[in-house]
Design a protein around this ligand. Structure first.
Ligand code: ADP
Ligand code: MG
Length: 269
């Protein structure tokens, strides 16, 4: 289980580190210092956050620093209101990734998280996670090359598996889907995501998730002439998605009909 250095020290600045001992038992705090990786790390311009890829004791890692776009000055951009560690961004994403990994869903495993408190109400957050080896974002891949209908279908199936567990990805876009060289598919960036309780399949959050992804693909296609995306590809993704969803719905119906509750449920219909 995860380990948290729940310090009682109330002098500021101070930091709290949460780690996943399944991967590393103790994590040196200087790994969270981006400048430490300036020689051998790879810095990505991810749009919203600063992301650094590096290796530590043979483990490839990704360090993400949470920040908001469009604000002046690094300190302001990276500062968040602190109302308890359980409500911080990296705490939530760390636990969400742990849970998704336990459910067997394709996500990077979290390694550690740091909450830096500059005062009682202001924090800066960072997350260290496993790097998905030999991966690129869906947006990067289809800028370069065309994906088979089968791979588009597999992307749909993966999204449906998350939805089957009630997982709402609040920012499902073409940069938050990673494809590996051997066409493994992972979802990333679970900041602000939530798990919905099991609901009937007509609920609209499934749809809004897919609409968000389609909008993002169309936006890239508008900007990039070589972007290999069109309505045919979307239909393949939807086919894969619907295949899994229909299977789940049928499975649920079978369960209900064969259960002791069936007579009661039928009376209610
Ligand atoms: N686990 C990972 N393995 C490989 N690359 C990653 C991983 N996590 C993030 N990245 C890269 O960093 C980028 C930004 O990460 P993300 O978690 O989406 O943060 P942001 O909130 O800045 O969008 C991704 O689009 C991807 O290129
Ligand atoms: Mg992202």
């Amino acid at each position: 289980m995860q380990k948290f250095n729940n310090s009682t020290n109330q002098t500021f600045p101070c930091s709290r580190i949460l780690s996943n001992p399944d991967i590393v038992y103790t994590i040196p705090e200087n790994l969270f210092d981006c400048s430490q990786h300036s020689c051998d790390g790879e810095f990505l311009d991810s749009g919203r956050g600063t992301v650094v890829l590096f290796s530590y004791l043979g483990q490839e890692m990704v360090l993400k620093t949470y920040h908001r776009g469009g604000l002046p000055g690094r300190f302001v951009r990276e500062s968040y209101l602190y109302t308890g560690v359980y409500k911080t961004r990296m705490w939530k994403e760390f636990h969400m990734l742990m849970e998704l990994h336990t459910l067997g869903l394709p996500v990077p495993r979290p390694i550690a998280a740091r909450c830096e408190l500059s005062g009682p109400f202001v924090y800066r957050g960072q997350l260290l996670m496993e790097k998905i080896p030999h991966s690129n974002t869906l947006a990067e891949v289809i800028t370069e090359t065309e994906l088979s209908d089968h791979t588009w279908g597999s992307i749909g199936e993966i999204i449906a598996r998350f939805h089957a567990h009630g997982i709402y990805h609040s920012d499902l876009n073409a940069s938050n889907i990673l494809l590996t060289k051997d066409l493994g598919i992972y979802l990333i960036d679970f900041d602000k995501c939530s798990i919905h309780p099991p609901t009937v399949p007509t609920t609209t959050w499934f749809e809004s998730n897919l609409r968000r992804l389609k909008r993002s693909l169309l936006k890239y296609a508008e900007k990039t002439p070589t972007f290999h995306f069109d309505d045919g590809k979307w239909q393949e993704l939807k086919k894969g998605y619907d295949g899994i969803r229909v299977g789940i719905t049928q499975g649920l119906l079978t369960l209900v009909v064969s259960s002791e509750l069936a007579p009661t449920l039928l009376r209610l219909l």
